[in-house]
Design a protein around this ligand. Structure first.
Ligand SMILES: [Zn+2]
Length: 233
């Protein structure tokens, strides 16, 4: 397996080559869509190699460049059924549910306010998965999709046979998220402040620990098993 990480401002996208296939996990944001080809050339990524686009969930920072990726790759898009409505229509009730910590920290809320003004693409997903595991082996890729709700009701993770997981926004290093670097001057791994259900988020962390030991998050560097275990304390 090879993993190419690309960071767009503060959000990660991954190109994962394994078995016979190449998968893009999350699409990035903030970059102007017309600048994506040049960015990929710099990164040494050929969009023609991508066989499938997986979206962890439909928050702007993970999907703003989805339209541009789709155009460059013509690859099918996979998401959870609860992300489908927003992708098609750009509307969804309770798309962002802010926890207490988020509501108490105005610079974060201001940042989110600004972010909501950024345009998002409308894309009809090709593969819509449910709450059950979705196996990719028959398709030629040594991994599966698991449902990891909590951050949103639509959140999924990609788990590889070698116990590596791509975990989106279930947890993150708050130091890497603008504008929180000031509040967290060092690496601080925690559950997400945006949380549809804190109980489900913890349950998803438990599930991830059952199936994986190395965690590639949607923000920040790779997370260790010890760091992820500490979220359950
Ligand atoms: Zn998110």
């Amino acid at each position: 397996m090879s993993v190419k990480k690309m960071t767009f401002f503060f959000v990660n996208s991954y190109v994962i080559k394994a078995g016979d296939k190449t998968v893009l996990f999350d699409c990035g944001a903030i970059l102007e869509p017309e600048k994506l080809p040049a960015f990929l050339e710099e990164q040494g990524v050929d969009p023609k190699d991508i066989d499938l686009i997986i979206l962890s969930h439909e928050h702007f920072d993970h999907m703003q460049l989805l339209g541009a990726w789709k155009k460059l790759t013509d690859a099918p898009v996979l998401c959870h059924k609860n992300a489908e409505e927003f992708l098609k229509t750009s509307t969804k009730k309770n798309l962002y549910v802010f926890g207490e910590k988020a509501l108490e920290y105005q610079p974060f809320m201001d940042f989110m306010d600004e972010s909501f003004k950024l345009p998002v693409p409308q894309v009809t997903p090709d593969i819509v998965v449910g709450d059950k595991d979705y196996d990719l082996h028959d398709w030629g890729f040594p991994g599966k999709i698991i449902y990891t709700p909590g951050h949103t009701d639509s959140h999924i993770a990609l788990v590889m046979d070698d116990r590596t997981a791509f975990t989106g926004d279930t947890f993150l290093d708050w130091h890497t998220v603008q504008p929180l670097a000031e509040m967290y001057p060092d690496r601080t791994v925690g559950l997400n402040w945006i949380v549809e259900s804190p109980e489900k988020a913890k349950e998803s962390v438990r599930r991830l620990l059952e199936v994986a030991d190395t965690f590639y998050g949607g923000h920040g560097d790779t997370y260790t098993r010890e760091e992820v275990e500490s979220l359950l304390d």
